[in-house]
Design a protein around this ligand. Sequence first.
Ligand code: COA
Length: 433
Amino acid sequence: MLWKEKYADRICSAAEAVSHIKSGDRVAVAHACSEPVILTDAMVEIAERMDWKDVEIVHMVAMGKAGYCEPDMAKHFRHNGLFLGGSTRKAIAEGRGDFTPVYFSETPKLFRTELHPDVVLLQVSEPDEHGYCSLGVSCDYTKACAETADLKIAQVNANMPRVHGDNFIHISRLDYIIAENTPLIELPPPVVGEVQKKIGENIASLVEDRDCLQLGIGAIPDAVLLFLKGKKDLGIHSEMFSDGVVELIEAGVITNRYKQIDKGQCVATFLMGTDRLYRFVDDNPAVKLMPVDVVNDPRVICRNDNVVSINSCVEVDLMGQVASESVGLKQISGVGGQVDFVRGANMSKGGRTIMAMPAAAAGGTISKIVPLLTEGAAVTTPRCDVDYVVTEYGIAKLHGKTLRERARRLIGIAAPEFRDMLEEEYRKRFLVS
Ligand code: COA
């Protein structure tokens, strides 16, 4: 292969490549399933020997094991999370890391300004005949980091699909290259239980033929897809999508035919799924990945008509304020693209926004519809932006409704065992005898 000959002097082992990191550096890691695990693992392995101090690790969703968040690594690394997940939450809760609130759409700008990375760890496809590697399943902020970091270290992996869009970097821009064909991180399809099925059915009743969908992550969006099989000519302009979308494309339900922009193409900024998804998007001109400051820009989202955003949340209070990223002061995820898409869908002609969640959490012991958000919770989506709230018990339309009507409708879709408590609050708040 030509590129191997041309850039042979840049090919090295993972340990050698990451040894160029210095104490005090800010290291950005490619997002989600694009994480180059052999590089993040190598970084943790040699940390003691390198005697690094204060290396800041920045990223959004971590799908790897995030070894740099372990207590014995605290003397070398400090994680700065822009979105937390299972492997990073504990470090932040225990004071070994930090959380930076930011809209997903603004992350490229952040990396180009205040959070300029000294180093970026990437994973890219093999170069084409012109020397261009695809950033594969994560374009999002990863592309901005690939363009701006002072030092660019990349795993070139034949298993990384060549995904089209504004999603390429020339091999000559990479400083150190690790050529290893390891499997990509996969996100297994979630288990869809009875509650999720009922929620899916309720959401599907709000979706019409030719709508353009944004689907969040998790069991709820996957459950919705089960009930969309009878719809026609749906479009996708979504922050991300997963295996469920492939099935609907193959069944001819998603055609993207009636979109106003990117006709015939599914647009996203990152992808997470199994090998089935990764093979489907490989060199497929019907799939386009663009940076997140394009895909999640509300002014771009609303250029399609009938945009339906489907997201999930932690709590909704009786005014319709939505907390999606923390339980009280405990940060569990991040705002991600939720507000970007809620705003874009609200601005779209015929657009609708749906906030869907099980009515109760923690094995049914905690109501997710609450009189007041838990003290300390961040309001992710403000009450003026929220429209439909959906649980397994029904649909509450809030937009244009008074505070009193909002409360009534939300109580109507709460888990029955919590309705008396919510009714009592209603009577007190609205002076009903
Ligand atoms: N009170 C206490 N704990 C709660 C709770 C509540 N009201 N609601 C959820 N939790 C807990 C769950 O029990 C679970 O705890 P565990 O991990 O210990 O089991 C944890 O919070 C996560 O909740 P879960 O329902 O499993 O999450 P999910 O995977 O369905 O994701 C969100 C739901 C809200 C966390 C997720 O959709 C999110 O982060 N949204 C914000 C960002 C966004 O919407 N981005 C756009 C989509 S790409």
